[in-house]
Write a protein that binds this ligand. Sequence first.
Ligand code: HEM
Length: 368
Amino acid sequence: MTATCSPSSSIHFTMHLLLLIFVLLILLKFVHSVIWVPYRIQNHFKKQGITGPGYRLIVGNTAEMRRVFTESRSKTISPFNHDILHRTAPFYHRWSRIYGKNFLYWFGTVPRLSITNPDMIKEVLMNTGSSYEKFEFNPSSKQLFGQGLFGLTGDIWAFHRRIANQAFKMDRIKAWMPEIVASTLKMIEKWEETGKGEDEFEIDVHKELHDLSADNISRTAFGSSFEEGKRIFLLQEKQMYLFSHAVRGVYIPGFRFWPTKKNIERWTLETEVHGQEERLGVEEIIDECKTFYFAGKETTANLLTWTLLLLSLHQEWQIKAREEVLRVCGENEQQIADSLSDLKLVHMILNETLRLYPPAVMLIRKAT
Ligand code: HEM
């Protein structure tokens, strides 16, 4: 008896075999990148004495990070003290106590080595070779600061940076002084008006200082007043809130295109910001504007808020700082611009506030 095999059944067999090999390859790749590589990296660091919260399949430690974050937000802060790490970087606070100052944690399948030693940080930030590069943000960040300096790397970053550097030459900064003085005076006059005839009155200083720094950036960088830029700042603030949600989760490719409630909100804001900035035209300029609005406003306003709060708690330093400003600056705007570097005590106070309450609590770099 002989058995024959028709050409169509042998094609079927080959196709099934190829499909099986394909599925096996995908499975192998999955096991390699989601199980084998993370555990190998974890062991590699363990041998050097660096431990951390153990790797969990696919999600890493993000679920715990979210939980710790929510937990810390639900607690009220009282009484006032400088011990704020548990609130600003809750997962760092928790893990550094258990595993030491250098530890390894997992953002999905991506390992992150947390370091706080100034010498190590210096080595990373001052490295002139190409061992470290800027971290690629989750694509949802693009709606917040677009493809501006924050998100750019390599030659395009260098090109944008050369242009941006022009704006921060000392003589340019000095030329902004009349605008900065004008908007600060406007704010102080408003405060005085509010307190007229009152023994005690309340002002939301944090909000006022956000409006002040927004006004300053609008005037100095864009020549318009805050009133015109107000809508953009509002939209950027909403984007920032949505972004802060997005960065706490693992990035799932394509998820930002799903019409979830938060994604729809993001798209609507993005369209509106573009509508507001159409005067500007070019996409790249829009992205840099977003970067400057975002990077300049939040940081400066928060630093000023903490500085005023600390000065109100330490009035002896407030008196000394006021004396220095009056002695060094005088009334003349040009004199203020020329004597900024003589404000030694004010510099010290700002630096100490930055040390205690840094507007940027962590920096991320990618090892190449
Ligand atoms: C107290 C005030 C400020 C603080 C603490 C602060 C902090 C920082 C930090 C830590 C970075 C580095 C981020 C990184 O490399 O990962 C950065 C970058 C940057 N900041 Fe600020 N900043 C402040 C004010 C401003 C202002 C007023 C502007 C603009 C008007 C600005 C624009 C930028 C830009 C454009 C970058 C990106 C630079 C680049 O990648 O080349 N910042 N800032």
